[in-house]
Write a protein that binds this ligand. Sequence first.
Ligand code: ACO
Length: 428
Amino acid sequence: MADKHAKLELGGQTYDFPVLEGSTGPDVVDIRKLYGLTGAFTFDPGYKSTASCESALTYIDGDEGVLLHRGYPIGQLAEHSSFMEVSYLLLNGELPSKAVLDEFEFTITRHTMLHEQLAQFYRGFRRDAHPMAVMCGVVGALSAFYHDSTDISDPHQRKIASHRLIAKMPTIAAMAYKYSVGQPFIYPDNRLSYTGNFLKMTFGVPAEEYEVIPAVERAMDRIFILHADHEQNASTSTVRLAGSSGANPFACIAAGIACLWGPAHGGANEAALNMLREIGTPDRIGHYIDRAKDKNDPFRLMGFGHRVYKNYDPRATVMQKTVREVFDALNVKDPIFETALRLEEIALSDPYFAEKKLFPNVDFYSGIILSAIGFPTTMFTALFALARTVGWVAQWNEMISDPGQVIGRPRQLYTGPTERDYVPVEQR
Ligand code: ACO
């Protein structure tokens, strides 16, 4: 029995609903019996006040700018751990010992190759296709290749599907890039780290030895950590909803990729860099700030604002620091970074952004780093999808393992015509 209760008065009657407490964060009013008891639904488009599931993976306090994975602060993970370690943590709940981590990395490395027939699949796409279109198609197609890991009621098969997805995503993303620039696909190299291997598959060519630059490898790995999971965001909720019907895991992740592509979600990193390039120099910032504040102008400052963070996104702090590290390692001087810093400063001192609690999000600085490493803007969201795959599969696994899991099926407030008789076409 819950200790706390919420009362609802409706149609002259009072109803009592239990209030559930998580380990931290806001309480939730358990309204699962609301419709049965009252015949009414709740109305919450965009789920601004709705907890859609119970989860033990990731915690965000948007007001305080806190992000924890299995309890560990993102800043500590980004500073001290690796993407493989964070992946293990998200999937299994605890940080691995050295031996367990080695074994996990070995397993992931042994799943990085794609079925050779999948390479043919790429050739069906136009060369100028957006990498996210290719990723959506190829990841969906995995469901037609790996039949031995699609019985979702079998935990072992779920584990294999999860490992395959995490392992193959860098290969799929790198191949999408190679295809777009007309270069041969580069096969995985098991001697390299997860991230070093991805860099080689993306930027290596068969004619030359590829040297992984440690500072770039570290920065890339950190970017993957920062994107690994983010509780019930739009694409994760999409994966959960698709998976709630018992759908094939590869198809569910393809659905997540489709959702992530949008400019209000994963596509914002691409949009943020395009915006910074369009602004160009700090003297033009004022004009864009005015546009962002103008209600009649659809322009928004990309990389600013967040549904959950009403404070500085902790991932943006790490990103800003990483820009300097990558610039130093590659000896890059991109004036766009100065423009970004100045834009942040001007926006944060403007009452419009302060009142609406709009701060830089993870996407504001990530594009500057990725561009310095050599990625075209169209690849940015594909990199996000690569990293978020671990969050998607961890959340999907958590959902499928939950004995209380049921198909997701929201209700609606119907505002269309009430029942009326069909009119034959000649009488209309
Ligand atoms: N620039 C200017 N004004 C903004 C911005 C922005 N970037 N973001 C929000 N606002 C304003 C809105 O116009 C609105 O004003 P109003 O109350 O006067 O109507 C108010 O702030 C609240 O905005 P909503 O869109 O209602 O907030 P919501 O929580 O639904 O949206 C979102 C969050 C979509 C991220 C929004 O801030 C946005 O569009 N930002 C730019 C895109 C972006 O950077 N997305 C990346 C998100 S992080 C991620 O997905 C990894």
